[in-house]
Ligand binder design. Sequence first.
Ligand SMILES: [Zn+2]
Length: 318
Amino acid sequence: MSIATLDAASIDPATPDLVAFPDCAVCGEQAWIPIYEGPVRDGAFGNSRASGMVAECVGCGVRRLDEHSCHDDAVYTDAAYREILGEASDTNGFHAAHDPLQLERLNVVNPMTLRGKVVADVGCAAGSFLDFVAGLARSVIAIEPGKPYHESLTRRGFHVYDYTTHALDDCVGAVEHAFSFQVIEHVEAPAAFLTEIAALMAPGGRLTVSTPNRGDLLMELLPEDYPPFFYRSVHRWYFSDDSLARCGRAAGLVPVETRFVHRFGVANTLRWLRERAPGGRHPLPGLDDPALDSVWRDTLAREGTADTIYMTFEKPLP
Ligand SMILES: [Zn+2]
């Protein structure tokens, strides 16, 4: 089949492939509706896998990439994942690339304060975000499967674990604000992933999760050219705000706030429309205006068509 966003209404909602689309790991539903069939990105732009399929769960609306097109989770335990992305896999390289991005996350925390709290970051990589909040927090838990980051995380005074389940012995019910940025789309079982984090949380504690927004404006504007970039071999799951909220509820958490954040100026969208390719943060002549970009980002955030969803959940009191 050629590159196409399939017309869901015209397709029999029978399970496309029992192995590639097992029972939904958010809601348990068995039936999936095919949404897209074609190439999916494999790491940096320009690398792709030829025949991916994305389908939507009939029960909760989450979308997933067929299992054959996904990377094995072992990729996150060594340098392989960053190499697939074409990024530095050492701590200094990670900090150089990711420190400047943390203001976006601190903005989402505002106006909540982390002063005196037990804070955890699940999938923290080299811990850029944790460095920004550690001065306020009472205690910092760094959960990260990537072994190359552990020594530096430990040296900076964080309590380091490779998986949430391994932190439970020491920290069950203790975390007052947990964070997990751009991780849930990678994991094998999103509801179980959040259930484990919920066990780590104190009653009344909060969890803030971010993930790419499936309702990104470019999915609508470029239905032929953008999906082969948006769907990628390292992301099993594709959430809307609604399906992310349902995933949290499946883990016993209550969604309390949703914010959309767009990370690029207007030139990025216009380059996509002109060049059918990602332009990153490169400006366009005559449009390099921070005020214009600010209005653009705010507009997409209000409309829910920004590129990233931030959702905060609360663990109910017993
Ligand atoms: Zn489902």
